[in-house]
Design a protein around this ligand. Structure first.
Ligand SMILES: O=P(O)(O)OC[C@H]1O[C@H](OP(=O)(O)OP(=O)(O)O)[C@H](O)[C@@H]1O
Ligand SMILES: Nc1ncnc2[nH]cnc12
Length: 181
């Protein structure tokens, strides 16, 4: 699989929806890509590279997905890397004790939570999501990982909306963006 294959899939299968969920937002809809087995497989494999070293060995202990679209991508990435999956969820959804962080995103305000026993101190974690926009979601998740004494090894996303400067709130965390807009 080459980056031009990914480019072709993205060109054909990610669609722009104007004014969703609010006027002025150009929403990047990945549902056609998810519905295409070959494109979905190639995308998961490309994201999983962020959790491997040059020899192909897995260098993370867990993969985190951020609700909801992050779940769809992060769970198969975790399986591809041979490690477990941890959900970071919107407020009030996780049943056991949680850490919580509130944050702003391109079109809303929200709180994210993670179970306090989901990670072990010292764990190396790969974050996976579909879009990096303002970086609010990723930064809040980084804080949750820090509360658990674990470290974020990298963030892997399908798309970086660079005009929203999300990269700047990530600090030193390496970013793999399969496409930068
Ligand atoms: O960089 P940011 O400005 O934080 O934006 C990116 C986040 O926004 C979207 O999630 P959303 O909260 O819309 O939730 P959903 O996945 O449940 O649709 C997207 O899936 C990312 O998680
Ligand atoms: N423009 C956008 N399209 C899809 N998901 C998003 N998350 C934040 N901004 C987004």
């Amino acid at each position: 699989m080459t980056s031009s294959d990914i480019d072709r899939y993205f060109d054909a299968l990610i669609r722009d929806i104007p004014d969703f969920p609010k006027p002025g937002v150009l929403f990047k809809d990945i549902t056609p890509l998810l519905a295409d087995h070959d494109a979905f497989t190639a995308t998961v494999q490309a994201l999983a590279a962020a959790g491997r070293d040059e020899s192909g060995a897995t260098v993370v202990d867990k993969v985190i997905g951020m609700e909801a679209r992050g779940f769809i991508l992060a769970a198969p990435v975790a399986l591809a890397l041979g490690v477990g999956f941890v959900p970071v969820r919107k407020a009030g959804k996780l049943p056991s004790a949680t850490y919580a962080v509130s944050y702003e995103l391109e079109y809303a305000q929200a709180t994210l939570e993670m179970h306090t026993d989901a990670l072990e101190a010292g764990d190396r974690v790969l974050l996976v999501d579909d879009v990096l926009a303002t970086g609010g979601t990723a930064a809040a998740t980084q804080k949750l990982v820090g509360y658990a004494g674990a470290t974020v090894q990298a963030l892997a996303v399908l798309m970086e909306l660079s005009f929203l400067h999300g990269r700047e709130v990530l600090g030193q965390t390496p970013l793999l963006a399969l496409r930068t807009l």
